[in-house]
Design a protein around this ligand. Structure first.
Ligand SMILES: [Zn+2]
Length: 270
């Protein structure tokens, strides 16, 4: 979608997109309407799945013959049938495809949202508890700590204070509807036959940790203490309760990627 927004900013590319849609898109809203929705002139109409598929097809044509991951698809129950026939729809009838499921405890999503901050200058996302910057500051007025941007290419004065986004303090509850819908979609797909599946998990029960993972694969958590003028960073293993209430560690992204690669090789028979 980001690419499509760029297309709209450029007259020539806009025309090319228009031609593509007129030729390849089939659906129930007009091409003019699609432009209104993408450009934000129309905020009430949701972009129909037929449009999204046409745009994905165009993107796949552009990147040529490469393996692709489509993140967050199917997004709702109506898109499930489309996802089953996706490769045929895209004209890649014999290419191998598979679904990837990732199981993330709600507590992990909740804390990632509650403590996330962003640099107003360069928009680098960090997390005061889980993904800190090098330098930490202390605000005496608020009696609280904050992260200092350490991105060398950051615009403005650099070393800016990272700030939280309004609404993030609600954590996962802010996206509860989305979470429940995802759960329904995933449950349905789990029963699906005929398409290989890759299962990833973000967490490992503390009790079974030794058997499955190494210390360096665990996401640490940070808290900060003042010692005179200095700020001490305390790093600890981060434990959360998984959705069944079992105390667990959350894996760092690299550990999950390794699992993804191993399982992908297996389902593809490599
Ligand atoms: Zn910055």
């Amino acid at each position: 979608m980001r690419g499509v927004h760029k297309d709209l900013a450029d007259k020539k590319r806009q025309k090319e997109l228009m031609t593509f849609l007129q030729k390849r898109y089939r659906g129930f809203i007009t091409v003019d309407k699609i432009f209104d929705v993408i450009s934000g002139r129309d905020t009430k109409t949701l972009l129909p799945t037929e449009v999204i598929l046409a745009l994905v097809e165009r993107e796949i044509d552009r990147i040529g013959r490469k393996a692709i991951f489509i993140d967050g698809f199917p997004r709702n129950l109506d898109q499930i049938s489309y996802s089953l026939y996706f490769r045929a729809l895209m004209g890649y009838r014999d290419d191998p495809d598979f679904f990837v499921f990732i199981d993330v405890p709600e507590a992990v999503i909740d804390e990632r949202m509650k403590y996330r901050v962003i640099c107003p200058g360069c928009h680098t996302p960090r997390n005061t508890k889980l993904l800190r910057t090098k330098d930490i500051g202390y605000d005496a007025k608020k009696d609280g700590f904050y992260l200092v941007c350490d991105n060398h290419t950051c615009s403005g004065c650099g070393r800016r204070r990272l700030v939280a986004k309004e609404g993030d303090e609600l954590g996962i509850e802010a996206i509860r509807e989305r979470i429940e819908l995802d759960r329904k979609v995933m449950r349905t797909l789990l029963d699906l036959q005929g398409v290989p599946k890759v299962f990833l998990r973000n967490s490992v029960p503390v009790k079974q940790m030794k058997k499955f993972i190494d210390d360096y694969e665990i996401t640490p958590s940070y808290r900060y203490e003042r010692k005179g003028d200095k700020i001490n960073v305390v790093e600890e293993p981060w434990t959360v309760k998984d959705n069944d209430g079992v105390p667990s560690y959350s894996l760092l992204p690299a550990a999950v990627v390794v699992a993804l690669l191993k399982q992908t090789a297996k389902v593809l028979g490599l």
